[in-house]
Ligand binder design. Sequence first.
Ligand SMILES: Cc1ncc(COP(=O)(O)O)c(C=O)c1O
Length: 397
Amino acid sequence: MPTLSPRIQTIVTGADDGWGVQERARGMVAAGRGDVIMLTMGDHDFPTARPIRDACAAALAEGKTGYGSIHGIAPLRELIAERGRAVHGIGIDPATVVVSMGGQAALFAAACAALGPGDEAIVIEPYYATYAQTIRAAGGVPVTVRTSPDDGFQPRAEALAAAIGPRTRMILCNSPNNPSGTVYTRATLEGIAALCREHDLWLVSDEVYHSQVYEAAHLSPASLPGMRERTLIVDSMSKSHAMTGWRAGWLICPDGAVAECVIDLFLTSAYGLAPFIQEAMRAGLAAGDGPEAGIAARYRRRRDRAVSALSRSPRLRIHPPEAAMYVLIDLRHMVRDAERFAYALLEETGVAVMPGDSFGASTAGHIRISLTASEDDLAEACARLARFADTWEEDGQ
Ligand SMILES: Cc1ncc(COP(=O)(O)O)c(C=O)c1O
């Protein structure tokens, strides 16, 4: 067999492999263990709303089964542009919107648009677990920048500036943030924007959690002065509309010429979303903000319950999330290796969580729970976690 390209062989490195606990939990479920509660992935425990599923079924019944538009059907892009104007605070021409296979393909397209071979992309910690792989898959080199729990995980402009070198071409920014639930302040975003302008960088702004903000207000960096022309906005309906499996996302480009290049990229890969999926997306967006506000309210209630249940344990230090679907728990004062803690928690209590190292070194010694279980299961999982933490002892102490 001929050798594989270095690029495809180095997409995933050992350091990226944070899914072991989830795999072990799945194995336990398959082996018949009945008490497992999965709080690992950011995938909803409830299905997509009926009207969206019905719209998909109707499109299939009408025989809309041919190739879909690669750019995205015009009425869908018009709805995305209209919603985006309110959410991101910028003018959006529907020609600049390209539908994609979830936010993930939009991230890949953005990285391909910004990076030449060997170019560097700054990734702010803690980060969504696929970021480094996405940059490597696009031929780039991820350069991570740490943040601190003591700053509420707001990145400092000095730290970002220190990471910028001659090969830097983009900054990847995710606010509201997974896993921390932090919403970047205006000052943070202005600092990032100033660096992008000064060093002529692209900003890839992943805003997939913008509809789930509980404490602060969402601000898109694209709306800051001089940023519209250098910002690629990643968005999707995965989280806002409980549509993870549909792969329903998009990229908002600075202008139509950039959008045309992204269409060329998708021509070589997905070749467009299925027309029945595009019709379902259209129905979901045509329903206005009500449904996504309902989903956000559900996660807000879960967040409130989980934070209050976990706060009862004297040993669990919570980083209360302002947004999104996760709670980060700081165990640095009692745990040397969060992964070991997560495996032990799973074996003993059946609760599966993500070790913080999966999101970069800034969240080492932390674990993340996803709020993707019913309120009852979540309450039960939090109670088991608190009991386990209260009796945890490190070897050799
Ligand atoms: C920050 C962030 N960006 C992008 C994605 C991927 O979104 P999608 O499921 O639409 O591909 C996720 C999924 O968890 C995420 O947390």
